[in-house]
Design a protein around this ligand. Structure first.
Ligand SMILES: O=C(O)c1[nH]c(=O)[nH]c(=O)c1I
Length: 309
């Protein structure tokens, strides 16, 4: 049973890796993912300068997932540039998440990463919901088109984007029409957390996290149907791009479902935060078990083959 996959020409021994933001802010964390059974790794979204992020508590686990308003805490892009410069690319693919506070910052950082001349894979984050005063690009189609036009003009290497969840068919269509304009935009990571949810503790009658009156991005079991809808819809609307699934993965079954909906690889956030890097070993085993039960030899046997009625 072969669970390997490729993103562009880069092979992954497993289709599962971390979601940006989880187990990837420190080089020690990135190394933990690299030494795990994850098939790749992605770094914490970075900005030009280091950021402390929002006041704590800013993450909370909940009965069906998590809520977070981290506020883009990171060491600044040079820290991740240094990791990418010394990384052994023969091991597993390295994705670099970029989330500049302006288009100019994004262009500056992306240029620095492409000048490394390393096979790193930039994932431009269009969907951070937690920086007060910074509306996310993914929900402003004109601004997103402008940014991607400039990024595509500046990038000689292939890149991807981290997308927010969309909920309206016309939004899927408008977003896909924009993405399909850009040939070197090669992968779409769907989805980021569902922005600005609110989780309340009944006993204390209090929110769980400090920033933004308790509002934060929702992840975990709550978001699986939305994640699958975004994966499958962009899989159908953007046939020249690969889809990386993210959202609601806690067991091999959801890995299977994301791939059935069209994902070439999948990322795990909430469940990784709660369980640790041993998660990848478990998910790989559970995926193999499902494939064996169904008689599938490789991921291509079922990728994108979701049946409709
Ligand atoms: O608050 C964060 O740091 C954060 N949190 C998220 O749930 N998604 C994001 O893209 C980011 I940049």
């Amino acid at each position: 049973t072969d669970i390997s996959t490729h993103i562009l020409d880069q092979r992954m021994r497993s289709p599962v890796y971390n979601a940006s933001g989880v187990m990837c802010r420190e080089t020690t964390e990135l190394e933990a993912v690299r030494h795990s059974d994850a098939g790749a790794l992605v770094s914490k979204s970075c900005t030009l300068e280091a950021r402390d992020g929002n006041p704590e508590p800013r993450y909370a686990a909940t009965p069906f997932g998590s809520i977070n308003s981290m506020g883009l805490p990171n060491h600044g892009y040079r820290y991740y540039l240094d990791y990418a410069a010394h990384y052994d690319y023969t091991d597993k693919p390295l994705f670099i998440s970029i989330s500049g506070l302006s288009l100019a910052d994004n262009l500056h950082m992306l240029d620095a990463f492409q000048r490394l001349k390393r096979p790193l894979l930039p994932e431009v984050n269009l969907s951070c919901p937690n920086v007060p005063g910074k509306p996310q690009l993914g929900y402003s189609f004109d601004d997103m088109a402008t940014a991607l036009t400039a990024i595509h003009a500046a990038m000689d290497i292939p890149f991807g984007v981290k997308l927010p969840p969309y909920f309206d068919i016309s939004h899927f269509e408008m977003a896909a029409e924009i993405f399909n304009r850009f040939e070197r935009l090669k992968f779409l990571t769907c989805i980021n957390s569902i922005g600005n949810g609110l989780v309340v503790d009944t006993d204390s009658e209090t929110v769980l996290i400090k920033p933004k009156n308790g509002l934060g991005g929702i992840g975990g079991d709550y978001v699986l149907p939305t994640a699958l809808a975004n994966v499958n819809t962009f899989y159908r609307l953007c046939p020249d791009k690969q889809i990386i699934g993210c959202g609601g993965i806690g067991a091999g079954e959801q890995v299977f479902q994301h791939i059935l909906c069209g994902a070439s690889a999948v990322q795990v956030g909430t469940r990784l935060w709660e369980e640790g890097a041993g998660l990848f070993t478990r998910l790989n085993q559970e995926l193999v078990a499902i494939m064996q039960r169904k008689g599938y030899q490789c991921l291509a046997d079922f990728r994108g083959k979701l049946c409709t009625l």
